[in-house]
Design a binder for this molecule. Structure first.
Ligand SMILES: NC(=O)C1=CN([C@@H]2O[C@H](COP(=O)(O)OP(=O)(O)OC[C@H]3O[C@@H](n4cnc5c(N)ncnc54)[C@H](OP(=O)(O)O)[C@@H]3O)[C@@H](O)[C@H]2O)C=CC1
Ligand SMILES: CC(C)(CO)C(=O)C(=O)O
Length: 307
């Protein structure tokens, strides 16, 4: 059994889900939460619902501003839009041996975390899960997907990496140490950018897009743009992953990503993190990405409109 002390920053769709599973598996987990979420969790517990499950947990909580000790592992599960303030909030939890494992999509968060905590402390991470926060604050599963991959981005890997693996393993979801975690993050980035661009540009689920003539070709063109950036950046998406992305983004059964749910809900979206950063890299690399440019602009307009 792992003796790692884990701080989960953010008890939302991803942090609440994976942190909740770790708690259920008896791991030493505390959630760092802001006052409103803290009050709700104290009143109703951390509820994980959907796919035939309705679990209520009583999670140990610490409110932002009240952190007085360091932890061994920080699981960072906030949106990119809240990253800067979250970094300030969880900084007191980071000691000399602490490792930080971010769940955020894209790669832009890594530079910010490296600048504050040093590259050796910041692991790469890929979270796959289909969850959202309900109106009543519960974590709702929308599909069966659930996995975490993590790995060191420096050589030699931090000593505590094996302990991280032990801490995450056997908690009801696959948790895999990946020696090529940056490649895995790029592959996920291409996937999330492709599905998000198709959803957002068409304001439709993948199913609705591919149901009309030209829909599949459009979705494939989006995938090709994102994959071309990854390749030019030196992180070509492995053929099997690219094929899986193409399949999902042209599958009539595919709905939408968390970014699309945020867009439809009128919430802030991670447009800069997922598209702005990708198109900026494309420009530097001399790759034309007109569809990704369009979705970047569209999401900037959304962001401007909601303020
Ligand atoms: N949802 C999904 O299916 C997936 C999402 N992702 C990625 O994971 C990342 C997290 O997304 P997701 O979990 O969906 O986001 P959510 O918005 O559901 O959860 C984020 C949580 O972070 C909390 N939070 C924000 N700032 C702070 C802070 N300073 N201190 C403590 N808590 C804070 C928010 O709480 P509050 O505002 O209430 O205080 C909220 O509950 C994103 O980059 C997303 O793209 C990756 C895979 C799947
Ligand atoms: C890949 C997917 C769709 C689920 O992990 C996701 O990351 C998201 O919805 O943000």
């Amino acid at each position: 059994m792992s003796d790692l002390r884990i701080l989960v920053v953010g008890a939302g769709a991803t942090g609440g889900y994976f942190g909740g599973r770790l708690l259920q598996a008896g791991r030493d987990v505390t959630f760092l939460v802001r006052p409103r979420r803290a009050a709700l969790l104290r009143e109703r517990g951390l509820r994980i619902a959907g796919l035939g499950e309705d679990t209520v947990l009583e999670p140990p909580l610490v409110e932002t501003g009240a952190l007085r000790e360091t932890y061994d592992l920080v699981l960072l599960a906030v949106k990119a839009t809240g990253l800067a303030s979250a970094i300030d909030d969880f900084a007191p939890a980071v000691g000399p041996g602490t490792l930080i494992l971010p769940f955020l999509n894209g790669l832009a968060h890594l530079d910010k975390l490296d600048a504050r905590f040093g590259k050796a402390a910041v692991l790469g991470g890929v979270a796959k899960v289909q969850t959202t926060i309900d109106d009543d604050g519960a974590i709702r599963r929308l599909g069966p997907l659930q996995s975490l991959a993590f790995g060191a981005r420096v050589d030699p890997a931090p000593e505590r990496l094996a302990a991280v693996e032990a801490a995450l393993d056997g908690a009801g979801f696959p948790a895999t140490a990946d020696k090529a975690i940056t490649e895995a993050m790029w592959a996920k980035w291409v996937f999330i950018a492709a599905i998000g661009a198709v959803n957002s540009l068409m304001r439709a689920t993948i199913g609705d897009v591919v149901a009309v003539p030209g829909g599949v070709a459009f979705a494939e063109a989006v995938v090709a743009e994102a994959a071309a950036v990854a390749e030019a950046a030196g992180y070509p998406v492995p053929a099997a992953d690219l094929e899986a992305t193409r399949r999902t983004v042209t599958d009539p059964g595919t709905g939408g990503s968390s970014l699309y749910r945020d867009l439809l809900g009128g919430h802030p979206v991670e447009g800069e993190q997922i598209f702005g950063d990708l198109t900026a890299r494309a420009r530097e690399l001399g790759i034309a990405v007109p569809l990704l440019d369009l979705v970047t602009l569209q999401l900037s307009v959304h962001q401007h409109r909601i303020g």
